[in-house]
Design a protein around this ligand. Sequence first.
Ligand SMILES: [Zn+2]
Length: 144
Amino acid sequence: MNRFYYKGTNEKLIRCLAIAERILNGALFYSKIESVESFSGTSVSSSKIASDLKSFRETVTVEGYWNIFGLANAKTGSSELIKINTAKLRRSEGSIVNTIIHEYVHAVDYKDGILDYTHSDNINRGEENKTAPWLIGKIAEDMM
Ligand SMILES: [Zn+2]
């Protein structure tokens, strides 16, 4: 199934979306999520989060935006659209895939309009490493 729809032309982003897609369509990713004992900042279980991600059937549109001065690598405000800051793609493919999966967790979490497993702000100084978006992004990066 197609998890992402991107009509832009950024080749690095296209490659990273394909990698993210492959990870999301394999079984290993979900067993890794299920094996996390608990995520910070939420009472939702690891198996519920894995199942939400696995069973999500909407194709999420991905758009690039350009903000050289912004701190964020991306922003996601709905379950239909992920915006990736294309001014911040001069980093490893693993790091970009991490961002894509992180945003995908938000998109899936947004499907009922309420965020049930998220983090507190856009700057992770280490304290948010065990929240679902950050840790699941890292799981994907580590699978590359
Ligand atoms: Zn986030």
